[in-house]
Design a protein around this ligand. Structure first.
Ligand code: ADP
Ligand code: ZN
Length: 821
């Protein structure tokens, strides 16, 4: 084979994806000194008009498409690619799929967010490292290069080591290279500098000789010697210029100064003692094909369909262990931060601290640090919410998605990906199986199993043959008719009695309110209407603290009305069923009980959620009142009773998935009861006891609900049969907004009908369910049809058209939307 006589022409152009709403790559010239570092997957800073933006190099080329003079790259942010080629490839496909500009998708995938702040700085080059290792630098230059050896530093930080001239000389010698140092808002990685005695130092001799004339240094040295390692900030007090003194001591070779990352426990989960169990035959049967796929590096999607408490988590742990055994890595995803704790505790119990966590509850600096640990290969397991999907793990052996039906897996703005879809792409690339676990799988996944695209594995029974809890329904309509005039029914007699009995038995109760169903609203029990904000058209929220109704978008406030503003029913029919109100009610009825409330308000306090969960765990709390947060995932042996205060509010949401969500939520909540030896009890209060989303909850019959719901979906061509595209147009002027959405409807209608079987249906435009938000009118347009080129074409047309709307009108397009509000 012919070898080229000369090296191939150097590719000195970089194509960069920028976080801008245009789907194209931008070309920049690569200055020679950055050549080695400006690789695909590296972030760079470039100029766009008069702004400096951070983008990602997608490819290098020597054939510019842009005709004209190219601007140079200003600086590199990463000396090593932040995104692997495989990840770039996956993100490109995923972005195309949901019609998101590539640069925006890339920015979403990186830990510092879409607009990281940066500062000018320097990084050490391979040459610099080599020189350092070979001892080929002057002693006076070492501290600077050593500081850079740990990570890139800003120019101002380096100022204390060397003058700018010196840095420029290093740069000419290619020991360092100019870079942009990332500073995501408040994301500095917390470090701590410590001093310790250098090995082999005889303190008394040093004090008598070297430090004979330096009493301050001598005192400091004694203090350091008395400790194994002491943080420098602890030395500051009482000593004049500690920093200068320390530097002297270091120069004498008496102490060593080190900088390390502050040990803050971001895992934040208690370490749960590991329980070594042998698998049940059912569990073994489920695990077997998964293990087989891991061993053969086969991408296959499994639906692990098991009732709560059936041992799914144990299977996840075994699959993770199997992946690690094969020398590969594992990604475990959970829908919400609070849920990470339970699973983290079990993972930690089994695998020690071999994990990194990634979720939005971390401070930006913590997240960056966890991400860096993964990238450096320091830990083989990543656990986290949606964004963990982008964890830099190059050799994945398994991906677990727990509670796969949860809508938190869909990103609802910007890069509108669904974690399930991306997991599949990653699995294909890595050659690893994906486990989707749930007691109530999404209709889409269950249907995929029916079609054979996904392999369904079933765990039908709870571990140890424990029975599923008995579910009873309380009909609120009858209950209200029975109650004395003027009494509002929050806790029915049945539910009250059950709470009292549970308390007497020393058991715990969970009382659950569906927040999604506007449950903090004032609801008319006669006509079902809620009081709404006159600016925003969303349900007003009742605040017990000042007994006012408040809009959580615009802050509008009124007193609760004495009659329903829709049907005129008197006050007696109105009920605010916020968690605060429920908590008050429970407190007044059960004054001796230890009660806690868990909702979005209380969760804002850092550590509060954990303390309530701990309270449930060690039984220092008797009753927890809460929203969705109490519904999912937690395993509390002492919980004997679960009460659902109004089960059907969520059914009234204008969303074709309302029934699915209601069934899932109720089944999940019901699963919280009776995980111990004592049988559990579930009481569901509802105005719609006969509804097909509520009836199957009684006997935990997922399949019955699935069959019925599938019939509804099929009749109307909703997913999983048809696909949807949702277009949302917003603007400050109603007429203008409506007219713009009418134009879009006409545009898409013109291509929707082509006489083929693929024809699309255009629904709307109509005011969106949240018809007005923060002073902007919202119109929506739905396009429904079978998946195929016609639908794809419609989506592309709509993306172009909405991008072309002129301000203040705005529009966005959601392909396969999950939220319809
Ligand atoms: P799920 O994830 O389906 O809710 P878990 O895996 O949490 O179920 O299992 C429920 C309980 O049963 C846990 O306390 C777990 O430790 C225990 N468990 C799981 N598998 C076994 C087994 N094979 N033998 C004994 N106990 C088990
Ligand atoms: Zn409002």
């Amino acid at each position: 084979m012919d070898q080229p006589l000369f090296p191939l022409a150097r590719c000195d152009i970089a194509r960069v994806a920028l976080p801008l709403p245009v789907d194209e790559l931008f070309e920049y010239a690569v200055p020679p000194e950055l050549d080695e570092h400006a690789q695909p997957g590296c972030r760079v800073q470039v100029r766009v008009r008069d702004r400096l933006l951070t983008g990602v190099i997608v490819e290098r080329t020597d054939h510019p498409q842009f005709q004209g003079r190219l601007l140079p790259i200003e600086s590199v942010v990463d000396l090593e690619p932040a995104l692997s080629e495989a990840m770039l490839e996956m993100l490109r496909e995923a972005a195309t799929e949901v019609l998101c500009p590539f640069g925006i998708a890339l920015a979403t995938a990186l830990p510092a967010g879409s607009a990281p702040r940066t500062a000018a700085g320097y990084a050490i080059t391979g040459g610099g490292r080599a020189a350092l290792a070979a001892g080929a630098v002057d002693a006076s230059d070492r501290p600077l290069l050593e500081a850079l050896d740990r990570r890139s530093r800003t120019r101002s930080y380096l100022g204390k080591f060397a003058a700018a001239k010196r840095l420029e000389a290093f740069e000419r010698d290619r020991l360092v290279v100019r870079t942009s140092v990332l500073r995501p808002a408040a994301a500095r990685i917390a470090t701590i500098r410590t001093a310790s005695l250098a090995p082999g130092v005889d303190v008394e001799r040093a004090v008598a000789t070297l430090l004979a004339r330096a009493p301050q240094q001598a005192a400091l040295l004694r203090r350091i010697a008395a400790n194994r390692e002491i943080p420098i900030h602890a030395l500051r007090d009482g000593i004049g210029d500690a920093a200068r003194l320390l530097r002297r001591l270091a120069e004498h070779g008496l102490v060593e100064l080190t900088e390390k990352r502050a040990a803050r426990d971001v895992l934040g989960a208690p370490l749960e003692a590991d329980r070594r169990v042998s698998l049940t035959p059912d569990q073994s049967a489920c695990l077997e094909p998964i293990v087989d796929a891991i061993r053969r590096s086969r991408c296959e999607t499994f639906l692990l369909h098991g009732v709560t408490g059936s041992g799914k988590t144990e299977i996840y742990l075994r699959a993770v262990a199997e992946a690690l055994r094969a020398g590969r890595q594992a990604l475990v995803m959970v829908p919400e931060i609070t849920l990470t704790h339970q699973i983290l505790a079990r993972l930690r119990g089994r695998f020690g601290d071999e994990l990194a966590v990634l979720h939005s509850g971390l401070r930006p600096g913590e997240r960056l640090e966890q991400w860096e640990r993964l990238r450096a290969g320091a830990t083989p397991i990543a656990v986290g919410a949606r964004s963990a999907l982008f964890a830099p793990l190059e050799n994945l052996g398994v991906i677990v998605i727990d509670e796969e039906h949860d809508s938190a897996y869909k990103n609802d703005e910007g890069f509108r990906y669904h974690a399930r879809d991306l997991a599949r792409r990653r699995g294909k690339q890595a050659g690893c199986p994906i486990i989707l676990g749930s007691a109530t799988p999404s209709l889409d996944t269950r249907f995929a199993a029916e079609r054979g695209v996904v392999k369904r594995l079933v765990l039908a029974k709870r571990i140890g043959g424990r029975p599923l809890p008995a579910v009873e329904i309380v009909d609120l309509v009858k209950e209200r008719d029975r109650s004395p005039r003027g009494r509002k029914v929050i806790l029915s007699a049945t539910l009250r009695r059950a709470i009292a009995e549970t308390l007497a038995d020393g058991g715990q109760s969970i009382l659950f309110l569906n927040r999604r169903g506007f449950s903090t609203a004032i609801l008319c029990f006669k006509c079902g209407a809620t009081e709404r904000c006159k600016n925003c058209d969303i349900a007003l929220v009742y605040h017990a603290s000042n007994q006012r109704l408040r809009c959580h978008y615009c802050d509008f406030e009124i007193s609760p009305p004495d009659r329903c503003s829709e049907c005129g029913a008197p006050d007696a029919a109105l009920m605010g069923v916020g968690t605060q109100r429920l908590e008050e009610e429970v407190r007044s009825q059960f004054s001796n009980a230890r009660i806690a409330r868990l909702d979005r308000d209380t969760a804002r306090k850092r550590g509060f959620t954990e303390s309530v969960l701990r309270g449930l765990h060690d039984r220092s709390i008797d009753i927890v009142v809460g929203t969705q947060m109490v519904a999912k995932g937690h395993d509390f042996p002492g919980v004997r009773l679960v009460g659902v205060v109004v089960a059907d509010v969520g059914l009234h949401l204008p969303d074709f998935r309302a029934a699915e969500r209601t069934f899932q939520l109720l089944t999940q909540v019901a699963g919280r009861a009776g995980r111990d030896a004592a049988p559990g009890r579930v009481i569901i209060q509802t105005f719609a006891p006969a509804h097909y989303a509520i009836q199957p909850v009684l006997d935990h019959d997922y399949e019955r609900f699935y069959t019925e719901e599938l019939r509804h979906r099929n009749a109307l061509g909703y997913p999983p049969f048809g696909r949807l595209i949702r277009v949302l147009i917003t603007g400050p002027d109603e007429a203008e907004t409506r007219s713009a959405s009418l134009d879009l409807a006409r545009l898409v209608a013109a291509i929707a009908v082509d006489g083929s079987k693929q024809e699309l249906e255009v629904l709307g435009p109509a005011p969106a369910p949240l018809s007005r938000l923060r002073g902007r009118y919202r119109y929506q347009l739905l396009v429904k049809g079978p998946p195929g080129p016609l639908l794809r074409g419609a989506a592309e047309t709509l993306v172009k058209a909405t991008a072309g709307l002129s301000s203040p009108l705005q529009g966005n397009v959601d392909v396969n939307p999950l939220s319809m509000l």
